[in-house]
Design a protein around this ligand. Structure first.
Ligand code: NAP
Length: 197
């Protein structure tokens, strides 16, 4: 389960659990991006803050784990490199990479997309109302074989987004019930996301 998790919220947690159910996954490993390759660092909480918030959020679920692999790796957090590491650790399991459908929509521009498809199948989590045809539009760039390795999962709880959470903090609004209590408290204690976009 890859993401910037800036911050992690209930939409991410529900997505992970829904993917675990739908695809019969033994466990879900959360991998916060260290240096997202496609993002300006402004407005981004530090990798360590995002890692710790993810730690607090997933702690109650015995099927959820957390990886520091992208936090500790120097340079951009390329998904192809991350998946290669997991695959090389154990190539006897079927690996799935879970993330947002909007992120996967850009996959053709990622670093070595062919390796991503080699090492894992993809689960594209979408908000309600996300058009299936949007992902289908990738067929021309990726071809049918790769498209068969992308699975769409609609997650109503993804009506929550990290940007919604950040906007509410900046506006002085409550984020209770959008993020786990421990994450809410961590954000308040460390005065995160209060200083503009
Ligand atoms: P993003 O572009 O910020 O997010 C796109 C959309 O997907 C947002 O609506 C986002 O919602 C949602 N989303 C992101 N992660 C999600 C998750 N785990 N579950 C459900 N929805 C999710 O995406 P990002 O978080 O920076 O990147 C997503 C993943 O793709 C990361 O693992 C990143 O490293 C990888 N990626 C790799 C490359 C590359 O290798 N070159 C390039 C781009 C992205 P929220 O804002 O609410 O999370």
């Amino acid at each position: 389960m890859g993401g910037t998790f800036n911050p992690i919220h209930y939409g991410h947690l529900v997505t992970a659990e829904a993917a675990r159910d739908a695809f019969h996954l033994d466990r879900v490993i959360f991998i916060p991006s260290g240096h997202p390759p496609h993002k300006a660092e402004a407005g981004l909480a530090s990798a360590e803050h995002r890692y710790l918030m993810t730690f607090l959020a997933i702690a109650p679920n015995v099927h959820f784990e957390l990886s520091r692999v992208e936090i500790e790796r120097q340079g951009p957090s390329y998904t192809s490199e991350t998946l290669r590491l997991f695959y090389e650790q154990d190539d006897s399991v079927d690996w799935f990479f879970i993330t947002g459908a909007d992120a996967i929509f850009e996959i053709a521009s990622w670093h070595y997309p062919e390796n991503i498809f080699r090492y894992a199948e993809l689960i594209a989590a979408s908000r309600p109302g996300y058009s299936l045809s949007r992902l289908q539009a990738l067929t021309e760039q990726l071809g049918d074989d790769r498209m068969r390795r992308i699975h769409q999962l609609e997650v109503p709880a993804l009506a929550i987004s990290s940007s919604l959470v950040r906007d509410r903090i900046q506006s002085g609004l409550s984020i209770k019930y959008l993020v786990p209590d421990a994450v809410e408290q961590y954000i308040a204690k460390n005065v995160l996301y209060q200083g503009g976009p």
